[in-house]
Design a protein around this ligand. Structure first.
Ligand code: TYD
Ligand code: MG
Length: 456
């Protein structure tokens, strides 16, 4: 008779037994033995054998140069994009470019191919458009170059072959949702196809450059839809080195590219670009972008130096307060967190005795910008107070700080960067809590002091 398979295992050390016991015979842990199925037992036993075999693991010194960093990065021709990537495209690195359809992913790829194609062999693989369409776009963007090759296929294995051939320094694939692979079930764009096609391309990239001096960089486009029906970049994030998210419908022609994941750099930088007739152009000095049309003499307006990643953007908060005609006063917020605004209004009502309960309140962040950080609380509060009192906030003043439920203020991070950027754009004074004086600093600890200082 065959030997009975062990059906109990210790959850602490993983050893398997044929009988249950209160104490593990191998590691001595109490109450760690549980029953497992025969199949699990086989897997566990096999796993132990494999652990022994893995003693042959090859290691490298930690201070040896990483393979991917031995070669200089490729500059994409746009400083903003290079910065987000952490200094350009890494040879041997895989970048996923995600965004909604029509946002400009193919345009960005075409421009990058044009820039790198000036000096290196580049392959642009399109699975969505014809080669003629891609060529027409490249021509319009003045991105045609002798080293840039175009191909149209949706077979992942063929593309992987081209990557592994070591002929190209950069391969771009537009888009992952249109690729298929033999032997994999499911529709193109489905979970199984997307995952296996991406894995094949990544594998080919990691193998490239073994014999030759330099591996290929790979850029993959992935569409994201608002309702999430397509298998989007989230699914592929763990497979790739860098994930760039391309956003922008909320800013009209403005586009934001941010690194959601980056094995070769920080995820703190954003790139600001504008979509124009000649493709994507970098916004040279975005700090003042959202306050360009500001009228400083109007009550109910306050500017805050917000941070998006490492970049300081000045945004204007506008408020309108009006005696309500409705039993339930109207509260409308655009560009800021509705709950945060509700809390600030409650603090103004309760702690500063502003009778906002019977008023309609509208809060708007101009230019389509969005405020994400609590450091903008004080600016929202000042805008509302200014609207309520019908007194404008001084034109050269920016506000920064978080409002607490007790009406106290809490300091924000990176005061110096924000203050210097604000001063550069003509805002001489910064009001907010926190230590440190400095030129133009108005230090206040409580919301009522801030309102008195700002509105007199
Ligand atoms: P596209 O790059 O095709 O978007 P995606 O690949 O993300 O689906 O570009 C989409 C839009 O950009 C399209 O509506 C046309 C516009 N566009 C410009 O405004 N200027 C240009 O130079 C180009 C190439 C496109
Ligand atoms: Mg496209």
């Amino acid at each position: 008779m065959a030997k009975k398979a062990p059906t109990f295992a210790c959850t602490a050390c993983g050893d398997t037994f044929t009988r249950w016991a209160g104490k593990c015979q191998s590691c001595g842990t109490l109450n760690a033995i549980t029953e497992i199925s025969a199949n699990e037992a086989q897997v566990a036993a096999k796993g132990r054998e494999q652990i022994r075999a893995a003693a042959t693991l090859a290691t490298e010194a930690a201070n040896a140069p990483a393979a991917a960093e031995q070669h200089p990065r490729h500059t994409t021709g746009m400083n903003e994009i290079d910065r987000v990537l952490g200094g350009g495209l890494v040879p041997g690195g895989v970048t996923l470019l995600g965004g909604e359809p029509g946002i400009g992913k193919s345009t960005l790829l075409a421009q990058i191919c044009g820039a790198i194609g000036r000096s290196h062999a580049v392959l642009y693989v399109t699975a969505e458009e014809s080669v003629a369409q891609v060529r027409a776009r490249l021509e319009r963007l003045s991105a045609l170059s002798p080293h840039l090759h175009l191909a149209s296929t949706n077979d992942a294995a063929t593309i992987a072959g081209a990557i592994a051939s070591d002929q190209y320094r950069l391969v771009v694939v537009d888009s992952i949702q249109m690729l298929t692979q033999d032997g994999v079930d499911g529709e193109p764009g489905g979970v199984a196809q997307c995952r296996s096609c991406a894995a094949t391309l990544v594998e080919a990239t990691k193998r490239s450059g073994r014999d030759r001096s330099q591996p290929a960089s790979l850029m993959i486009v992935g569409h994201v839809t608002k309702d999430g029906t397509l298998a989007g970049p989230r699914l592929l994030e763990h497979l790739v080195d860098t994930v760039l998210s391309f956003e922008g419908d909320r800013y009209q022609d403005l586009r934001v590219v941010r690194a959601v994941k980056n094995r070769y750099g920080s995820t703190n930088d954003i790139a600001l670009l504008r979509m124009g007739g000649e493709g994507l152009i970098e916004v040279a000095d975005p700090t003042g972008l959202f306050i360009a049309d500001r009228d400083p003499g109007v009550a109910g307006s306050c500017v805050v130096p917000t941070l998006d990643g490492n970049r300081c953007l000045l945004v204007e908060v506008q408020a309108l307060v009006n005696q309500s005609d409705y039993p339930q006063p109207v509260r409308k917020v655009a560009g800021a967190d509705q709950n945060r605004v509700a809390m600030i209004l409650a603090v103004l009502s309760r702690r500063l005795r502003m009778p906002l309960g019977s008023c309609d309140v509208f809060v708007n962040v101009t230019g389509g910008a969005r405020i994400q950080e609590p450091a903008a609380d004080l600016a929202i509060a000042l805008a509302v107070a200014s609207a309520w009192r019908d007194l404008p906030v001084p034109a050269d003043l920016v506000a920064l700080g978080e409002v607490g439920l007790g009406g106290e203020l809490r300091p924000a991070t990176r005061y110096d960067l924000r203050a210097s950027e604000a001063r550069r754009l003509g805002f001489q004074r910064l009001i907010g809590p926190g230590a440190g004086g400095g030129r133009g600093r108005i230090v206040v600890a409580r919301l009522n002091d801030a309102i008195e200082a700002a509105l007199g």
